[in-house]
Design a protein around this ligand. Structure first.
Ligand SMILES: [Zn+2]
Length: 161
């Protein structure tokens, strides 16, 4: 299923590869994970945008039913599993219809993201290493990256390397 907006995004960034992950690979992750989301999310899938922004970020705007992934995130990801976890996390925000962000929402989206990545054939333990590349800073909206990693690593029985 190719939606119009990602078709536009793909056109603008045709064949672009950021770091180890191409826009095409990102779209494949998104389409795979969508198939494991709730029926409501499948019926009204969010439009996926790739924004040419160096900031390492992805976010969901439920009011507009959009998920935005910055090129900075693709640049910074070490492998497809990390991207799969992040995209799953954003789909989690969409499924729970989170407006805004707080620690509880982030943990909830983390768990859902890990589930969706795993269900789609990606490696959760590799995926959550994403947190190890982030600055370990707590904010009002986001818990410490190390706490987020630890919770998921425990649930998914990831071995420390
Ligand atoms: Zn989030």
């Amino acid at each position: 299923m190719i939606r119009k907006l990602i078709a536009i995004a793909l056109f603008l960034t045709a064949f672009a590869t950021y770091g180890s992950v191409s826009v095409k690979a990102l779209k494949q992750v998104y389409d795979r994970e969508l198939q494991h989301t709730t029926l409501l999310t499948q019926l009204f899938p969010a439009d996926l945008y790739v924004d040419n922004d160096p900031e390492i970020n992805a976010f969901t705007i439920n009011m507009f039913n959009e998920i935005i992934v910055n090129t900075g995130l693709l640049d910074n990801a070490r492998n497809i599993h990390e991207v799969a976890f992040v995209v799953g996390h954003e789909l989690g925000h969409k499924e729970f219809y989170h407006m805004g962000s707080n620690h509880r929402f982030e943990y909830q989206a983390d768990q859902r993201g890990a589930y969706l990545a795993n269900a789609s054939g990606y490696d959760v333990c590799k995926g959550i290493k994403w947190f190890k590349g982030l600055p370990n800073i707590e904010s009002n909206t986001h818990p410490l990256a190390s706490d987020r990693y630890r919770r998921l690593a425990k649930i998914w029985s990831c071995k420390e390397d």
